[in-house]
Ligand binder design. Sequence first.
Ligand SMILES: [Zn+2]
Length: 325
Amino acid sequence: MPELPEVETVARDLRPLITGATIVDATTSWARTLRAISPEDFADGVAGRRIEAVGRRAKQIVVDLSGGAFLTIHLKMTGQLFVVPQGGPEDPYVRLVLSLEDGREIRFRDIRKFGKIGLYGADADAAAEDPFAKIGPEPLLDAFTVRAFRKRLRARKGRLKPLLLDQSFVAGVGNIYADESLWAARLHPLRTARTLRPADERHLWIETRRILAEAVIRRGSSIDDYTAPDGDGEMQDHLAVYQRTGAPCLRCGRPIRRIVVGGRATHFCSWCQRLPAGDRAGARAILRTVSAPPDSRGRTRATRAERTQRAAATRRAAARASVGG
Ligand SMILES: [Zn+2]
């Protein structure tokens, strides 16, 4: 699923393409793409509104519309956005189309149908609803200081990997960048927040921000079906642990290990990321799920990661061809 850097890239690519355009109609072919609104009410709510800004909050794209309304677009597993001339080739995976006054349309294409689009603030009579009320702070904003991070961290007791994935703790971090941040900060994914020393907290704050910022510059990681309007990202070529099970750690040369934490594959170096004695007891059962790294197995896993990337690249190319991009 696209994380902060991938969603930020899509938002930045879309911004110059659609800002200033006026929406004249919306056609929804898969009603469940819409979050708590009918296709008719959605079309009525967006028609005639001008697109004033395109941004991002957490892992969602936010499109500000005239009159105080805004759209939220959650790409989830396979959501993609394309801006194309109206009347382009039929595409069975397009779930929603926003027709623009200038003769173009914004297509939301979503093979697996997990994506969600919401409309807020369109009904002047209804109480203002904030879809992001429970979402934590944006890690790349200046307001997210090491002090602010520490305060949040010290209020939590959980292990670091699930904590970083918790969107109410910090916004936008997903599986890839959680693993990368923990490796860079030399912190074990099963370590608990309360065992961190002030220096550890600082490292985690620095590395999480550094890696997210680098990934934004590299236009995100093209591992799944993520596609930005202007092309794929290249952060996948600069990842240290994610999907590198069995490959040598870039710091110490020992094989990267993979365990499953809270149902999510987790990659780390057991030499560079030590687990303090106090955190070991409860972690034993999880660590038993570790992938032993003999060479043959390491190669198998590396090959699987490559296959995943190749298959996703093929799907992305097919998506572009189908919209004439
Ligand atoms: Zn290492």
